[in-house]
Design a protein around this ligand. Structure first.
Ligand code: SF4
Ligand code: SF4
Ligand code: SF4
Length: 374
């Protein structure tokens, strides 16, 4: 429902009260360049790239922070605005480790996109260029790196950690030319309160916060994260038959694209050579096996009633039929409160429902719990 209208670049645009000029322009398909804007976060107006003209107002105004007004007349694109944007971009680039050819973000970088769209004056940039800071890259986090030399101080990571994640692990530290994103006490990420969710990495517009490894998938598969009971929507990046990445599904109402460390970075178990792909039982030496009633097929007629230690041998693969028979014959010796069960968050809701039904009706006890009882 639109409740006011304004004019942007001579086009009448419908908008709602409380919208910013940037939101009104974007909702009408009008491009306004930005660097520090990120939907869902409080606008900061830090980069000054989205400056626009408003009729009867003297200064240029940041479109991301200026609310729309009925009858407003806005210009987002003319020679003067372009010139101001170009100089602003040159100032950002003058303090940036600008080496797209060797950069992992190249192709998906918003600063690179702005350079392509707005352009810069090489001679002026040469004069503005600062001595490279050459600050150390923080590689302490197991999932991502932080390279302050690539940071454009947009503040998106800080706002993300504060407003979306609620951890507040990072902020701007120092002043002037020395300003940089920092953890409390300027410690490495690994020693900070950061929970490695990667939300800031996902939103960083440049290569400052970047995953350890970037691979581009050939297709994406929509699915639900299997780690816990929240059920976040995932988009798994696939190449051939291998999962090479994961990102949150923005269309999913449960997580709206957000993920925790397990959903975002914990997908490698899927192709792990250590992963169990068939049931196994412990292989004891023949006497131990006989004592515990496990025959060569893995079937058991006797429950384990005292603590056991693994002796010789290793796990032996058995068929599902053998494994189920073995478990069933062991369970046969317990009833009621002799028995307790713990269910898994990796099961679906339906599987967990069936399991509690089994425990209550077959085993005759309410001793059932779940590791993700959220
Ligand atoms: S962060 Fe972006 S602009 Fe900077 S070097 Fe990398 S690709 Fe180029
Ligand atoms: S990874 Fe998550 S917790 Fe850590 S700084 Fe980024 S947003 Fe904050
Ligand atoms: S690390 Fe990335 S998101 Fe954070 S301020 Fe720097 S450029 Fe922006």
């Amino acid at each position: 429902m639109s409740d006011l209208s304004l004019t942007i670049n001579g086009i009448e645009v419908a908008a709602r009260e409380g919208m910013t000029i940037l939101e009104a322009a974007q909702s009408s398909g009008i491009y306004v360049p930005t660097l520090c804007h990120c939907p869902g976060l409080t606008p900061e107006g830090a980069c000054r790239i989205c400056l626009v003209k408003i009729e009867k107002k003297k200064k240029l105004h940041p479109a991301c922070r200026t609310p729309v007004e009925a009858g407003m007349v806005v210009i987002t694109d003319d020679a003067e605005i372009e010139q101001v944007r170009r100089v602003t971009l040159e100032l950002i680039l003058s303090d940036h480790d600008f080496n797209c050819l060797l950069c992992r973000k190249s192709g998906t970088c918003r600063l690179q996109d702005l350079v392509n769209r707005i352009g810069f004056d090489e001679h002026r940039l040469d004069r503005l260029d600062r001595v490279a800071k050459d600050l150390p890259v923080d590689t302490s986090n197991p999932f991502f790196d932080f390279n302050p030399n690539k940071c454009v101080q947009c503040g998106i990571c800080i706002r993300t950690c504060r407003e979306i994640v609620g951890v507040d692990a990072i902020d701007m530290a120092y002043r002037g030319y020395e300003i940089k994103v920092s953890t409390f006490g300027d410690k490495p990420f690994k020693e900070s309160v950061c929970v490695s969710c990667g939300e800031c990495v996902e939103r960083c517009p440049v290569a400052a916060l970047i995953p350890k490894k970037i691979e581009y998938p050939t297709r994406e598969v929509k699915t639900i994260c299997a780690y816990c009971g929240v059920g976040c929507g995932l988009r798994l990046g696939v190449r051939g038959n291998t999962i090479i990445g994961a990102r949150g599904d923005r269309d999913n109402p449960v997580n709206k694209g957000e993920l925790c460390v397990r959903g975002r970075f914990g997908y490698k178990f899927i192709h792990s050579p250590d992963r169990l792909t068939s049931p196994i039982v412990r292989a004891y030496d023949p006497l131990e096996r006989q004592a515990h009633g496990i025959d060569e097929t893995g079937e058991s007629s006797k429950p384990v009633t005292s603590p056991l230690v693994k002796q010789e041998g290793d796990f032996v693969e058995v068929t599902w039929e053998q494994a189920i028979k073995y478990v069933a014959s062991s369970l046969d010796h317990f009833k009621g409160d002799q028995f307790a069960a713990m269910s898994s968050a990796k099961c679906t809701n339906e599987e967990n429902y069936l399991f509690q039904k089994f425990v209550r009706t077959v085993m005759g006890t309410n001793n059932i719990d779940h590791c993700a009882r959220l």
